[in-house]
Write a protein that binds this ligand. Structure first.
Ligand code: CP
Length: 315
């Protein structure tokens, strides 16, 4: 694997999943692999889980890790041919080239603008780094995808699924006071398509995700109907794709409640975190024994480690 930005970068996703689950059993097994190698984690947006789990993963592999918080004040120019006479002091072409001389792998977190759909869905920041850097790029969440989260979520589902049943996995929209990206949900669907699960999406009218990600997946606008018989309820808020980046009026209550969870087949509750309690999910659901949110967060380390391990082997 050269880069890790989306599912199609991975030749054998099932093998990557297996490796991640194996690493969880023995996280320090490949400590020599990363000796004298450095990963630089570049954050244009804040993070708790991704930042710390990626750093832990690098350390488990014996790599040095540099975290660069670029969320405050580092104004990069991304336009080609730009006349840089205003406030952007450095162009991506030099920045990516320079960082490539300091690091063997670059991880990048960047969020969408939620104002320009075409630009966001081109994921220009991530792919310009890929173009101008001379080392592998790992997405730490981009405008459109969050593949490290999806791999960790897949691990979690594999660990908790009933052995004799193909699980029904429902991605459910839930309310949120702010307009949020679609990246986690897009990516979850992308990865679940190669998992052995029955997948469904439920969201209010006007909140259908991009057809690029929902193609072939049933979309149910009645949340209660979607929950019937479900084994996993994966919850996430996202802003509208159709009316791009907007928060639309939703007349029904879409919060995940104990009442709704009773419609499922004793489903596990999943969320990538951070989560707004009693807005996205009721305390009684997230605090229940069927909540997997901490398992998902724990698996972030081993998902990142499996990806870094495969990239290190290719260097
Ligand atoms: N789930 C996730 O990516 O969390 P952070 O934003 O804290 O990294």
């Amino acid at each position: 694997m050269k880069h890790f930005t989306r599912l199609s970068d991975v030749k054998k996703p099932q093998k990557l999943l297996k490796n991640a689950l194996k690493l969880k059993q023995d996280p320090l097994a490949s400590q020599k692999l990363g000796k004298n190698k450095t990963i630089l984690l570049l954050f244009f947006n804040p993070s708790l889980r991704t930042r710390i789990s990626s750093e832990k993963a690098a350390l488990n592999l014996g790599m040095s890790c540099i975290v660069y918080d670029a969320s405050q004040g580092w104004k990069l120019e991304f336009e080609q041919g730009a006349v840089m006479n205003i406030d952007r002091a450095e162009h991506i072409r030099e920045a990516a080239g320079v960082i490539s001389q300091y690091a063997d792998i670059i991880g990048i977190r960047t969020f969408p603008s939620l104002t320009d759909r075409e630009k966001d869905y081109a994921d220009a920041i991530l792919y310009q780094f890929q173009e101008y850097a001379s080392v592998p790029i790992v997405s730490l969440e981009s405008a459109t995808r969050h593949p490290l989260q999806s791999l960790a979520d897949w691990m979690t589902i594999e660990e908790f699924r009933k052995k004799k049943k193909k699980p029904k996995v429902v991605l459910s929209w839930a309310p949120h006071p702010k307009a949020l990206p679609q990246a986690v949900s897009n990516s979850f669907l992308e990865w679940m398509k190669v998992a052995d699960v029955d997948l469904m999406v439920t969201n209010p009218e006007g909140y259908d995700l991009s057809p690029e990600f929902t193609a072939g997946i049933p979309i149910e606008h009645d949340q209660r109907k979607a929950f019937e018989g479900a084994d996993f309820i994966y919850t996430k808020n996202w802003s509208s794709f159709e009316q791009y980046g907007q928060r639309l009026e939703v007349p029904e209550d879409w919060t995940i409640t104990p009442d709704k969870m009773k419609l499922t087949d004793k489903a596990y509750f999943m969320h990538c975190l951070p989560v707004r309690r009693n807005v996205v999910v009721a305390d009684k659901v997230i605090d229940s024994k069927r909540s997997l949110v901490l398992h998902q967060a724990n698996n972030r380390t081993y998902a990142a480690q499996a990806v870094m391990q495969e990239i290190l082997k290719s260097l």
